[in-house]
Design a protein around this ligand. Structure first.
Ligand SMILES: Cc1cc2nc3c(=O)[nH]c(=O)nc-3n(C[C@H](O)[C@H](O)[C@H](O)COP(=O)(O)OP(=O)(O)OC[C@H]3O[C@@H](n4cnc5c(N)ncnc54)[C@H](O)[C@@H]3O)c2cc1C
Length: 216
């Protein structure tokens, strides 16, 4: 704890060593831990103009347990982690300004459930906004948040940015359509923030605390 506080005050993070790389590979699989120059260059920018920060490694976990193990490792070694979808954000949130690990959500693309009776769906963070719109439309339903980037941005990015488009005027933005999130905290602890019901008056509103948190 003392060690971490000291490092926090000077914000000098540790680098990703070969030993850490091996541990990341053991968590996510060798194929999903990428640190070649070309990939690091690609993941060093997003749609924000003229900004570039090169990550040391890109890691592509497949579920919350892998994300948890990755964050436990990074946290215990004081290595920065930047979550990232496709990087359509326009204000640099997905840029690894301190280097370290890019946690890419690109493998988390499942629409887990569309519950027509309760008008709810459960999706992974890497589902493209338009894919969800199409999937619910095929069942005669409608998902309103419609950022102009909907053909490429992910639902997780939409939550982190509380995105919305023209339909916001009548229907509201992303925060108005989220009941419950599975969240992996920086320590690696996995929590659920709410409940799959419209009326939930128990405790703090952690769901809305997470929405708009911009990757922090
Ligand atoms: C052409 C264009 C049009 C756009 N139109 C709109 C618009 O109409 N309305 C609008 O609101 N925005 C718009 N945007 C901005 C952008 O598309 C949105 O902010 C979108 O929600 C970002 O999603 P993303 O999946 O690309 O996220 P990314 O850019 O990959 O990440 C955005 C932020 O979210 C964080 N993040 C991503 N996933 C997670 C996760 N699973 N957990 C924690 N943090 C996470 C990242 O760290 C980063 O800080 C537009 C952008 C472009 C390029």
């Amino acid at each position: 704890m003392e060690n971490i506080q000291q490092k926090n005050s000077s914000t000098s993070y540790n680098v990703v060593t070969n030993e850490i790389l091996e541990k990341l590979k053991a968590i996510c699989g060798e194929k999903y831990v990428v640190n070649n120059d070309e990939s690091c260059a690609t993941y060093g920018s997003d749609e924000t103009e003229d900004l570039f920060f090169k990550p040391e490694v890109i890691v592509k976990p497949s579920d919350a347990n892998e994300i948890s193990a990755l964050l436990k490792l990074a946290n215990s070694h004081f290595i920065p982690v930047t979550p990232r979808g496709p990087g359509t954000r326009l204000s640099g949130g997905a840029l690894p300004v301190h280097g370290g690990i890019i946690l890419s959500t690109e493998r988390l693309t499942k629409i887990i459930d569309i519950d027509e009776k309760n008008l709810q769906c459960t999706v992974e963070t890497g589902v493209i906004n338009q894919h969800l719109r199409d999937a619910v439309e095929a069942k005669g339903l409608f998902y309103p948040p419609d950022p102009a980037s909907r053909g490429s941005c992910f639902i997780g990015g939409n939550l982190a940015e509380c995105s919305g488009g023209p339909k916001a005027v009548k229907y509201g933005v992303t925060k108005d359509y989220v009941l419950n999130c599975e969240v992996v905290l920086p320590t690696g602890e996995i929590i659920w923030t709410g409940a799959n019901v419209l009326k939930n008056s128990t405790g703090y509103n952690l769901t809305q605390l997470m929405i708009g948190s911009e990757g922090t």
